[in-house]
Write a protein that binds this ligand. Structure first.
Ligand code: FES
Length: 104
């Protein structure tokens, strides 16, 4: 069963920027892409940079360290879709950004 956690307020993340927030023992990057919010593991699978510090271009984020690009839609590395970053379902309730985490 999924657990829904309030991670941030919609006003915490400027348009077409991202911020990282601690949730349990991990950091979650929340992206505000043209007013649509996406949640992704903040840990780049290459060498661990914060993806929230990357550059957003449409539905892609580019890692700030070595420019690997990841889809905000499915989490795939665009150069090799076998490598993915975890994405999470986002629900906006009023001004709260809530993220769903599955029990594992
Ligand atoms: S740490 Fe992200 S591309 Fe290298």
């Amino acid at each position: 069963m999924a657990e829904r956690v309030t991670v941030a307020k919609t006003t915490d993340i400027p348009l077409n920027e991202a911020r990282a927030f601690p949730v349990g023992d991990r950091m979650i990057a929340i992206f505000n892409q043209d007013g649509e919010f996406h949640a992704m593991d903040d840990f780049c699978p290459h060498m661990g940079a914060s993806l929230a510090c990357g550059w957003i271009d449409k539905d892609t984020v580019t890692c700030p360290w070595h420019a690997w690009r990841f889809s905000l839609v499915d989490g795939c590395w665009l150069d090799n879709p076998k490598i993915k970053v975890d994405l999470f379902t986002v629900v906006v309730v009023g001004d709260e950004i809530q993220v769903e985490f599955n029990d594992e």
